[in-house]
Design a protein around this ligand. Structure first.
Ligand code: DGL
Length: 270
């Protein structure tokens, strides 16, 4: 049986389009609805209670559009609100970016340690540490909030001196941890845009874990297990934003890797 209903994805803004890009590459027949809460971005500096409230509102808006699965693409939202969303929305399958990223890091790091860079909210909440240590209880995990990388990615400043200095500022102390981390989790939607720079600063002995890629793999598996794949030709994408559709389209291209027509971005109120 084939299920053409869309997969709902939400993020605080445009960064989650890195997850949508990975999903589209892996699941080209699927239809997608992406919601960016651009009116209330960023989530990374807000309290867990506020982010949870926003996440529930975003999920409801997507459910009203008959989605078959919800992907919480925002690391900050997934780190504080995933269990609440999973319980509240049952039986709808809900997946976040934390657990797939943690599993890939554990697989890559052998005895570790694992380093995580993320927003302030994700680091404070400790969700990556818990998810990693649930799989490998004695795994050492070191974390670093890297907030400046978010606006840099949004400005498209992903190469050159400014990007290098910012990445070095966050990574050098983190990677000086002894023993040296074996894997580095890009625990924020925006960081895959800076992957080349991060890889060049981290060096070849540190494996980068891109949550977008690993989440796409988990979504594909979950859809297959639950008989929810769309076998018919599809591949449509609908974009919703809570504010500034033009900026959503312009900046979104950096993360999606393909053009977004500003006229196709629908403004919604949560
Ligand atoms: N989407 C957020 C995350 O992955 C980054 C941007 C924000 O702070 O809202 O954590």
């Amino acid at each position: 049986m084939s299920d053409p209903r869309p997969i709902g994805i939400f993020d605080s803004g445009m960064g989650g389009l890195t997850v949508m890009r990975a999903l589209r590459d892996r699941l080209p027949n699927e239809n997608f609805i992406y919601l960016g809460d651009t009116a209330r971005l960023p989530y990374g500096t807000k309290s867990g209670d506020t982010v949870t409230r926003y996440a529930v509102q975003a999920a409801r808006a997507l459910i009203a559009r008959d989605i078959k699965m919800l992907v919480v693409a925002c690391n900050t939202a997934a780190s504080v609100a995933l269990p609440i969303l999973q319980t509240a929305l049952e039986p709808l399958p809900v997946i976040g970016v934390i657990a797939p990223g943690a599993a890939a890091a554990v697989a890559a790091a052998k005895e570790g340690p694992i380093a995580v860079i993320a927003t302030e909210g994700t680091v404070k909440g400790g969700a990556y540490v818990r998810a990693i240590q649930a799989l490998s209880p004695r795994m050492p995990v070191v974390q670093q909030a890297a907030p400046l990388l978010v606006p840099l990615a949004e400005e498209g400043l992903v190469r050159g001196e400014i990007a290098r200095l910012a990445v070095e500022r966050y990574l050098k102390p983190l990677l000086a941890t002894l023993p040296r981390p074996r894997a580095l989790v890009l625990g924020c939607t925006h960081f895959p845009a800076l992957k080349e720079m991060i890889a060049s600063v981290a060096g070849p002995d540190v494996t980068l874990v891109d949550s977008a890629q690993t989440t796409a793999l988990s979504v594909a598996r979950m859809l297959a297990e639950q008989g929810l794949l769309n076998d018919a030709p599809g591949g449509s994408a609908l974009f919703l934003a809570t504010d500034a559709p033009d900026r959503f389209a312009n900046v979104g291209e950096i993360f999606l890797g393909s053009p977004i027509d500003p006229g196709s971005v629908e403004v919604v109120d949560l």
